[in-house]
Write a protein that binds this ligand. Structure first.
Ligand code: C5P
Length: 407
């Protein structure tokens, strides 16, 4: 379990019968090489004594926020900065509610507010409490905030019930905690992704747009974060919310998307462009609403700037991946785009096929490089996104550029 060597872990214990298992957990973490400091809530001390945890970890146990003596030793801000991870096991329903609300009414909640470290919770409670609508709502918001939830398990409970809510066993929590320190394939890389449609104004109330839902771009952003990358998502107007830990750059028009991309592309390692950018926009935007009196009317359109091609033309360009949504001769058109736009890779997508493409949840794509293709069978957009990110991470190398991909 080398991932835990020298890692600084705050083990938060809250009030629940599973608190007795935290004693074993602390020993397992220490045996795996971690440095453990224990923070206990008031309720936790009803189940297990600070003295036990102090003896097991060899460090003083922290229990109070407003204790001048404790603050003079290692205060809550120092503790928050010290942690590589905050692991709260067991996490009671009450603690989850307080954390979801962003409270800072005791040492453990304040520390969670003050830390940049990842926060993992191992919930433990009666199965009815776990399934209660309030707990489930808190769970959802904790997940949206980027907290890591470990478990709970399903099985026999201390109260005699059988159901979901048992804390995971200490050995399982040890493995899951170690996993948080595994270096992921894209850690340290910055990925910029464009997503969604753009809107091109005709007059103050009308615009030209397309059917793009943004689902593919948002799924790619989520998969890239999972792979350890720092992700910026330049998104046209969609009804999705940004995945946790993704920096959102909202834009409306193709011109705005171009400006955001040119500002961010020089800072990134990989640029992925699934956005359905308008190829044309009205040459002149009417200042006032156009009247509906003429029988026919003409709107003159001018070509927009090609964003992905502009990024690929940068002197120190990132690894640049385009998308080709086509309704006919998919591979032929996609190969031409790969060449003309000087991309490193293109994802070809048949938007005329049943059940895949624009607004659907599924997709099936062919990845194309100058020298070979790889087809990904139909699957959910999230699954396809993971496969695309994994493939990019295998091919990505700042020293290899267009036309020289091997392997
Ligand atoms: O030429 P076409 O629009 O089909 O090319 C699709 C690819 O080019 C996509 O990756 C899309 O995001 C990108 N594109 C762009 N800027 C434009 C038009 C398309 O980045 N103005």
């Amino acid at each position: 379990m080398h991932q835990l060597t020298n890692k600084q872990i705050i083990l938060g214990i809250t009030g629940g019968i599973a608190a007795y298992k935290s004693a074993e957990l602390s020993r397992l973490l220490i045996d795996a090489g971690a440095n453990v400091r224990v923070v206990m809530t008031q309720a936790a001390q009803e189940f297990i004594t600070p003295l036990t945890m102090q003896a097991l970890t060899g460090n003083p146990v922290h229990t109070k926020l407003l204790d001048p003596a404790a603050e003079a030793g290692m205060g809550h801000i120092e503790l928050a900065r010290w942690a590589d991870i905050v692991l709260i096991a067991p996490a009671s329903a009450n603690f989850m509610a307080r954390l979801a609300q962003g409270r800072g009414d005791d040492l453990l909640t304040t520390l969670c507010l003050a830390t940049h470290a990842p926060i993992a919770l191992a919930p433990a409670m009666n199965q009815v409490m776990w399934q209660d609508v309030n707990t489930q709502r808190n769970l959802k918001s904790l997940l949206e905030d980027g907290k890591i939830i470990m478990g709970p398990a399903h099985g026999a409970q201390a109260c005699g019930d059988i159901g979901p809510g048992r804390m995971l066993e200490p050995a399982e929590l040890l493995v899951l905690t170690a996993k948080q320190f595994e270096l992921t394939v894209l850690s340290g890389k910055h990925i910029v992704i464009t997503a969604g449609p753009t809107r091109e104004a005709i007059d103050p109330v009308r615009y030209i747009t397309n059917h793009s839902s943004g689902k593919m771009g948002y799924a790619l952003a989520e998969a890239a974060v999972e792979a350890g990358a720092k992700v910026t998502l330049i998104s046209g107007p969609v009804s999705l919310s940004a995945p946790p830990r993704v920096t959102l750059e909202p834009v409306v028009s193709a011109q705005q998307m171009y400006e955001a991309a040119m500002r961010l592309a020089p800072t990134c390692d990989i640029f992925i462009a699934p956005a359905a950018v308008a190829d044309y926009s009205p040459a002149n935007v009417a200042q006032q609403k156009i009247k509906s009196t003429p029988k026919t009317m003409m709107i003159e359109l001018k070509q927009t700037t090609d964003i992905v091609a502009s990024v690929a033309a940068l002197p120190d360009k990132p690894y640049t991946v385009g998308f080709a949504a086509e309704t006919q001769d998919l591979l032929g058109y996609a190969q031409n785009k790969l060449k003309n736009k000087k991309l490193d890779m293109i994802v070809a997508n048949d938007v005329a096929a049943e059940g895949i493409g624009f607004d659907s949840d599924d997709n099936a794509v062919t990845l194309i490089w100058p020298d070979r293709n790889l087809t990904l069978e139909q699957s959910s957009k999230r699954q396809i996104a993971r496969q695309i990110i994994q493939t990019i991470s295998q091919h990505y190398d700042p020293k290899i550029h267009y036309g020289k991909i091997t392997g």
